[in-house]
Design a protein around this ligand. Structure first.
Ligand code: PLP
Length: 382
């Protein structure tokens, strides 16, 4: 049996999502811009998907939703827009634990003269709110913070930060890529100006996402072309992908509001975490003292290398991850874990297990057995 515990990297497309998409590859193949029945059919389907995404985010209007190619594009569009809309400001406030989709564009702006304030986190990965609030001044163009961390699942307390941004005229972007479908997202309550999500993190297809843009803000486009997506994102729409995103958004919204369903998965995550901590000496859960998404546990295995563990897990069809997928291939210590105070060796010993809404107790028990035996085998070799 394949044991997939890497759902923060990507999730399988849900059967209802695939079923919703399929007709748009074949008989319902119209271009939403075409002025005929087939085009109208695609345009109607796009409208329904936009409404579903707006509902997932508790947005005021579907008009606030811009479809994109995923989290990375949504985030880059928001950062590009905030900087262009606040041309006289030179400070951007962020945290030390953001995803590379935020880190890289900000690092690039830094080379062009922007001052980037990267607030630290405590040992459990909670962002330093005091440092963030102190840096939100009249020179601040943008505050860019994540709602849920991809490596640890730690949920940021963002309450009031949007209000503070507004009081000085700064814009706020929230990376909700790991939060969508796990944490209830209410864009009005967060008080942000931009929110990014990505379908493949909640059982939709890869390569499609959305950017919520507060009503009244006009984003300067990254690409130039036609007038699709209000000219913010020109180019013929990825209709099948967007239909999948819409369908996935419906289910994600239902799941995020279903306390019992979330508690079931949280219980399984806790069972896996507790089982490892009890049975593996020197194991420690990162971020366990902070509020976390219900599906994620990130565990340090003292003296071991995540890479060796993942290889042994994979040979038994247990799939997990060392930090985020891109770090896993880049072989750099995770910036998230080092920001939490782990040294390079400790960070290299960490494995992330991320469950899905369909994960079963039997899968957790099997995974736990494989982890305990594999660690024992690796320690015996050493
Ligand atoms: N932000 C976070 C927190 C993520 O976890 C990811 C994906 O891993 C992204 C952004 C990028 O999203 P995408 O893969 O859709 O470009």
């Amino acid at each position: 049996m394949r044991l997939y515990f890497d759902n923060n990297a990507t999730t399988p497309v849900a059967p209802d999502v695939l079923a919703a998409m399929l007709p748009f590859f074949s008989e319902r193949f119209g271009n939403p811009s075409s002025v005929h029945g087939l085009g109208d059919d695609a345009a109607d389907a796009l409208r329904a998907a936009r409404s579903a995404v707006a509902r997932l985010l508790d947005a005021r209007s579907p008009k606030e939703i811009v479809f994109t190619s995923g989290g990375t594009e949504s985030i880059n569009t928001a950062i590009h827009s905030a900087v262009a809309l606040n041309p006289d400001r030179r400070t951007i406030v962020t945290s030390a634990v953001e995803h590379s989709a935020v880190r890289a564009p900000l690092a690039e702006l830094e080379t062009r003269g922007w001052r980037i304030v990267r607030a630290g986190v405590d040992a459990d990965g909670r962002i330093d709110r005091a440092a963030i609030e102190a840096a939100i001044t009249s020179d601040c163009a943008l505050v860019a913070l994540m709602l849920a961390n991809n490596e640890t699942g730690v949920i940021s307390d963002l309450d009031g930060i949007g209000e503070r941004c507004r009081s000085v005229g700064a814009l706020m972007h929230v990376d909700a890529v790991q939060a969508a479908g796990k944490v209830r997202i209410d864009v009005a309550r967060i008080g942000a100006d931009f929110v990014s999500i990505s379908a493949h993190k909640f059982h939709g297809p890869k390569g499609v996402g959305a950017l919520w843009v507060r009503d009244g803000i006009t984003c300067p486009p990254l690409l130039r072309g036609g007038s699709q997506e209000n000219s913010v994102r020109p180019g013929t729409e990825n209709v099948t992908g967007i239909i999948g995103l819409g369908q996935a958004a419906e289910s994600a919204r239902a799941f995020a509001q279903d306390d019992a369903a979330r508690a079931r998965v949280a219980g399984l995550r806790d069972r896996l975490e507790r089982g490892i901590l009890d049975q593996v000496s020197g194991a420690r859960a990162n971020g366990a003292g902070a509020p976390r998404t219900f599906n994620t546990t990130n565990i340090a295995f003292e003296g071991l290398e995540a890479e060796a563990m993942l290889g042994l897990f994979s040979s038994q069809e247990l799939y997990a991850s060392a930090g985020s997928a891109c770090h896993a291939k880049a072989r750099k210590p995770s910036h998230v874990l080092t920001a939490m105070g782990l040294d390079a060796d400790q960070a290299a010993s960490c494995v992330r297990f991320s469950l899905a809404r369909h994960t079963t107790e039997a899968e957790v028990e099997q995974a736990l057995g494989i982890v305990v035996e594999s660690v024992a085998a690796l320690r015996a070799l050493a």
